[in-house]
Design a protein around this ligand. Structure first.
Ligand SMILES: [Zn+2]
Length: 98
């Protein structure tokens, strides 16, 4: 069921209408501000009408936010540093009593 989105050319208010079949005659909805005929509505491409697969959505989000997420997460932890520190600390332990 297609979703048509309309935007007012005068005030920018948006409204959506559902259409049963794409071939149906679509009556242009009035401006939601209630201004009547003075505000002309035009159809806009609805973002919700886009059909993306999950893979597409992830790729899009990655392209848009990936760098910011990486920056927020910081560099990956240096596992080797912790391993070396652990070895150093283990060396300083007193010998195990049997
Ligand atoms: Zn309007």
């Amino acid at each position: 069921m297609p979703l048509y989105e309309y935007q007012c050319t005068a005030c920018g208010a948006r409204t959506e209408i559902f259409v049963r079949r794409p071939t149906d005659d679509v009556r242009v909805p009035p401006c939601p501000s209630g201004a009547g005929e003075a505000h002309r509505m035009v159809r806009v491409v609805s973002v919700f009408a886009r059909h993306l697969t999950l893979k597409d959505k992830i790729a899009e989000a990655e392209a848009k936010w990936g760098k910011e997420v990486d920056a927020a997460m910081g560099p990956p932890p240096d596992v080797g540093k912790y391993a070396r520190r652990y070895e150093q600390l283990a060396k300083d332990l007193p010998p195990r009593r049997e």
